[in-house]
Design a protein around this ligand. Sequence first.
Ligand code: 6R9
Length: 658
Amino acid sequence: MTDGIESRLREERKFVPSAEFSAHARVQSHAEYVSLYTQSIESPEEFWRDQTCDLVFRTRPTSFLEWNLPKAKFFGGATLNITESCLDRHLKTSARTRAAIVWEGEPGDTRTLTYFELHREVVRLSTQLASLGVRAGDRVAIYMGMVPETAIAMLACARLGATHSVIFGGFSSDALRDRINDCGAKLLLTQDGAWRRGSIVPLKQMADVAVAQTPTIEKVVVLRRIGAEKAPVTMKEGRDVWWDDLLAREAAPEHRAIAEKPAAFDAEHPLFVLYTSGSTGKPKGVLHTTAGYLAGVHVSSKYVFDLREGDLYWCTADVGWVTGHSYIVYGPLSCGASCLMYEGAPNFPDPGRFWKIIERHGVTILYTAPTAIRAFIRWGDDWPNKADLSSLRLLGSVGEPINPEAWTWYHRVIGGGRCPIVDTWWQTETGAIMLTTLPGACYSKPGSTGLPFFGVDIAVVKDRGEPCGTNEGGKLVVKSPWPSMARTLYNDDERYVSAYWKQIEGVYFTGDGARKDEDGYFWVVGRIDDVLNVAGHRIGTAEIESALVSHPFVAEAAAVGKPDELKGQALVVFVTLKQGQTANDETKANLSKHIEKEIGKFARPDSIRFADALPKTRSGKIMRRLLKEVASGATEAKGDTSTLEDLGVLAKLRADED
Ligand code: 6R9
């Protein structure tokens, strides 16, 4: 496999959707895309009114946008309960008995929930959450795996107007504790354990450690997924309650009423907080609100995945990340789609698992990440070739740049050459897809994320905001607010403004570098701030560094990314130890364990290198650019080293190859 960036520079192929695909697609030609896009920019009020007419508003909006940084108010005057668009409205149509969630557990057990059943489960849980004292405006933490109850929990919170914060099950107790404390959640939903590659992640045990230090948590609701034999848990009297015991309780009529006839909330009512990495050590609590978010994920799900009756759509992301929020839960359910949800690892019990799932259930749309695709390539074509993948009609990619080799493999081996690929660029902060091709309307170019989605005014600019020329690399920015954008960082308007809207005055800075080609197609290079993308996980270098320096052995640390064939980027850390500590494998193992404890397993470094000193500028800043070169194996410094304090440090680092 050749290096992503190099081959993306040479890539000129165009893949046109088949006439058959286009003939049935929601948007069938480039001209139609342009006309809708133009309307979305020039007459946004009309565009969004037309495109959201199937959603349920108790009162319709009277204005489109009031924008007063940092306050964006979209769909002013509207009131709604988002779950009515995702659930109740389908009960009046043929979707009532249609599968909403088709779930497969890692051990092979399966479950299907129709829209009727999903609605019923959400009402039951929200009734009981109300009885536990959850009210509109409260925060509720969800620390669970890939089971239908996670979606049920999110929707049950939303139904009550409580703001959920899902914390990915791969995070450690410490990370869970910090996120709960940041948002002040009063209730936690978790499970005894989650299956992962044949073993069990003891979520409840980890939650116990966290909750011992979260003064705001009053109750913990525990789903029994695994059972006492394999996942023993201790239930704390008065605090912890089993999920099924809770649901079996007799409900007070007033609590049932809150759930059955839910309240309508203001368009800007906070829906969820989702933590993500930024360029400083403290994770950002990205806050999304109701109507704008719903509009964004609904319209993008409908057009980008071209959803229609009969589809079985599978997004392989974890619900703990934004992709799961927008494109497993809110977006597809608001469209009445049937969504497959899979609990476990892609290579359990063998690397053919994904393809067996597609064959068994007849998946028609697959949305996954380049890092997974590269792993499949490595495992060999035999696995997908052994399965019948003929039900697939559309493929999607998200999370990081896809190299053309992986793209063409995906197209040929998984898509059988007949399925269009949508490469969708977006972020936790954008809420919904921002750049993509529409599958029946536009050709794709392997490695390019395509064109702006409806309502998205996006550009590549230089440092001060001047536009870049065709194919000139620069910073990717969004020039005006869009409905699904994050409204703030939880309790931190100031950081929201400075991190996103002040880097380049007046526009939203994405943190990504990109170029726009002669056809208007965008090519995203990746992060240009201090955020890494390791196997699709966003990891802030500052988070890793602050985790490392909190270890008693460590004097100083720097984290950098290094190109990696499988993960896109690999995490390399440089560490200087305190006097008297020994630089050996045991210390490396200790430091790795420490990061696992502070953040989670997925953030463990791929390589730890000890240094006597780190290269610094004369003003004392660590020169990460040079460390990056060292990590990538460069033998000579490429860039300017004139501000480097001591060249000897660099020479020493190079000599100390891992
Ligand atoms: C949805 C999601 C956001 C960062 C983003 C960018 C990278 C996402 C991409 C892509 C190239 C794509 N990214 N999709 N880069 N092509 N199709 O992944 O959200 O976890 O917040 O990450 O991921 O660097 O800035 P999030």
